[in-house]
Design a protein around this ligand. Structure first.
Ligand code: ATP
Ligand code: MG
Length: 339
């Protein structure tokens, strides 16, 4: 049985590209309706602001019939906060989370939107919570963009919860095991630890593909555009020692931050180690990145393939999809959200 009219178009707009995924079917038996990744037009190295016409044009190009969508929040104001609160009824919890978030942010409470997910409950019966908050203007601006593009936005969520849905789409859960997902985009990376079907820990790291390109451009004394092309072409391919060294520097910093985050997670949450790390985002497509991160972190790392368990209809280009697959994780997670 197909539920195509109800399924959502998952839309992940980043600072470098826009990613779309849409499925037919139901959990456990999805078929691919559309999947694509488009580089955003940029002005002097900066992506131009997303226009409604551009967004609607991209959806039209995918020939997707539905108009309901779910999207990742793109604003810069998003913050995460790990909280431990006593057990209380849900409506009180909402207020308590708002209060905790607003304690630390110098923004008028009415200008802030907050939400939370339950990440677990401690032995002392306290609730572990991950709270998200963003400036109201940015949230409303993104909702307006979708409306003007002719889309009905049913879900707007932060990247970490979309990564949780993406993981759930393809993987079994072993009880008590900590899994890591790291989305390495252009301007930033998002690290999420997942356990028992929940988001357990989140951290945003301000290192992304842009830092790799910059480092390469500087070391080889070439333009940013040339460096970008070389990075995408060769990645960490052995043989090009100077390039590998230049790309390694920001990646080493990223691995140090991953290490620090996991150390903090073990210490603060009294948790076991992360056993597998799945890499998504454009930078996860780079030649040699899995081995590099595995070696430096000591955690087996894999480029994520969010379409691994999705039926690909005849006529769709499997190889092309395979090449962009790691970019699609967030969009695929979003596409599985229940409206
Ligand atoms: N084959 C490749 N090899 C190396 N890097 C790549 C490859 N393909 C894309 N990238 C890099 O991935 C980055 C873009 O990733 P992505 O599209 O996930 O970013 P984004 O989601 O738009 O950005 P952000 O999440 O930071 O806002 C760029 O730095 C780009 O150079
Ligand atoms: Mg991104």
């Amino acid at each position: 049985m197909l539920f195509s009219s109800k399924s959502l178009i998952g839309i992940d707009i980043g600072s470098y590209s826009i990613k779309i995924a849409a499925f037919n079917g139901r959990p456990g038996a999805y078929a691919l309706k559309a999947a694509a990744c488009f580089k955003l037009p940029s002005e002097g190295g900066q992506a131009a602001p997303m226009e409604p016409g551009f967004l609607s044009g991209i959806i039209k190009s995918q020939k997707i019939s539905g108009r309901t969508a779910s999207a990742s929040f793109t604003g810069h104001s998003l913050i995460f906060k790990h909280l431990h609160l006593p057990q209380m009824p849900e409506k009180d919890l909402k207020e308590a989370v708002k209060w905790e978030v607003r304690k630390e942010i110098a923004i008028d409470p009415k200008d802030l939107i907050s939400d939370y997910v339950l990440s677990g409950s401690g032995k002392d019966k306290t609730l572990s919570i991950i709270a998200f908050a963003a400036v109201r203007n940015e949230v409303e601006g993104q909702m307006r963009l979708f409306k003007e593009a002719g889309l009905e936005l049913k879900v707007l969520e932060a990247v970490p919860t979309a990564l949780l849905s993406a993981f759930d789409l393809n993987n079994g859960w072993e009880a008590g095991v900590n899994y890591g997902m790291l989305d390495i985009g252009d301007g930033r990376s998002t690290l999420a630890v997942l356990k028992d079907k929940r988001l357990s820990f989140v951290r945003e790291i301000s290192i992304g593909g842009r830092d790799l390109t910059r480092s390469l451009a500087q070391a080889l004394n070439i333009s940013y555009e040339e460096a970008e092309e070389r990075k995408i072409q060769n990645g960490l391919k052995e043989g090009d020692k100077a390039a590998v060294k230049a790309l390694s520097a920001p990646l080493e910093r990223l691995c140090t931050e991953i290490h620090r985050s996991f150390d903090y997670y073990h210490a603060q949450f009294r948790e076991g180690s992360v056993t597998k790390l799945f890499l998504s985002g454009g930078t996860a497509r780079m030649v040699g990145i899995e081995g590099f991160i595995t070696n430096l972190t000591g955690i087996q790392s894999y480029a994520d393939d969010p379409l691994r368990k999705i039926k690909i209809p005849k006529g769709m280009d499997r190889q092309a999809l395979g090449r962009i697959a790691p970019c699609l994780s967030i969009a695929a997670g979003l596409a599985t959200r229940v409206p």
